[in-house]
Write a new protein. Structure first.
Length: 290
């Protein structure tokens, strides 16, 4: 199996809704009109209802009801509204993918995105780390895994029987078997869709943000968020969770271990610095996965 063969024909690419295509194109337009984007979203009543439901979820803690897409853009910002539409669009594009537990996969994806955003905003550096942009990478980072199963299910199946697609060692196993991993496939898709180079590079780096010798920060936050999401979704015990914790990456990012109670059990006084539970952190955003 070759990397290019997974995305080299239009028929091998997922069908992305038109409004999502327009939002993808907006990544490379500096003077995009938010009103124009609002009109594009509002032209789809079902999508509008979904965006407003998400915008009014507990996740955003808005002080008043958001009643229109224009209101959502004003209160949440263009990047976050685009994230909501992209996330919903990706779920729709890959809804018939076989050979995977899609409920588990998307739950892990959402948890990765919200954890990575929280970490980037709480532990990141001002001017270097944009929480909403990190959320984008988090929601997109696993699309390569979906593409692999959509296009090459027979080839992927033997590895699936050996290791869960969400396992921390999955990318390494893929690299050994095929010479590339799901992050490379995610990056290829993003490149074909004309995402910015920074996002393409981040997606490729998520499985190993330190591989190039320099830290890819957005990928680093997502990798760390994916660890936390994996512990939750796969119900890992403490021993397995600690064994897979990316210590070197966390130190490189300058993350206080107190963000995860498991890492500072000896110091309960730091409990107030911990990341909220996923149920609270992602409150309401699960509607994106419906």
């Amino acid at each position: 199996m070759e990397l290019k063969s997974l995305v080299d024909q239009p028929g091998k690419l997922p069908t992305v809704p038109k409004v999502v295509q327009q939002l993808i194109a907006s990544f490379n337009v500096e003077d995009i009109s938010s009103h124009e984007i609002a009109q594009q979203i509002a032209a789809d009543p079902a999508l509008t209802a979904k965006v407003l439901r998400l915008a009014n979820s507990a996740f955003f803690h808005v002080s008043r009801t958001i009643g229109t897409v224009d209101d959502a853009l004003r209160m949440l910002g263009f990047v976050m509204v685009r994230n909501l539409v992209l996330g919903n669009g990706m779920v729709a594009a890959f809804k018939n993918t076989r050979g995977m537990d899609l409920h588990q996969f998307w739950r892990h994806t959402l948890y990765t995105a919200v954890a990575a955003r929280w970490l980037a905003m709480r532990e990141g550096s001002s001017g270097e780390d944009n929480g909403d942009a990190v959320f984008t990478v988090g929601m997109m980072h696993g699309i390569g895994q979906l593409q692999l199963h959509a296009v090459a299910a027979t080839t992927v199946a033997p590895l699936d029987r050996q290791v869960n697609v969400l396992d921390s060692d999955r990318a390494g196993q893929e690299k050994q078997a095929w010479g590339f991993h799901y992050g490379d496939v995610s990056a290829e898709l993003a490149s074909l869709w004309h995402f910015p180079d920074a996002l393409v590079n981040a997606l490729r780096s998520v499985p190993d943000p330190l591989a190039s010798g320099r830290l890819e920060r957005a990928a680093g936050w997502v990798h760390l968020g994916a660890w936390a999401a994996r512990v939750e979704v796969l119900a890992l015990d403490d021993e397995a969770a600690l064994a897979s914790y990316p210590t070197a990456l966390a130190k490189k990012l300058g993350v206080d271990p107190a963000w995860c109670p498991l890492l500072v059990k000896h110091d309960p006084d730091k409990a107030d610095r911990a990341m909220p539970q996923f149920g609270e952190l992602a409150a309401g955003l699960d509607a994106m996965l419906e």
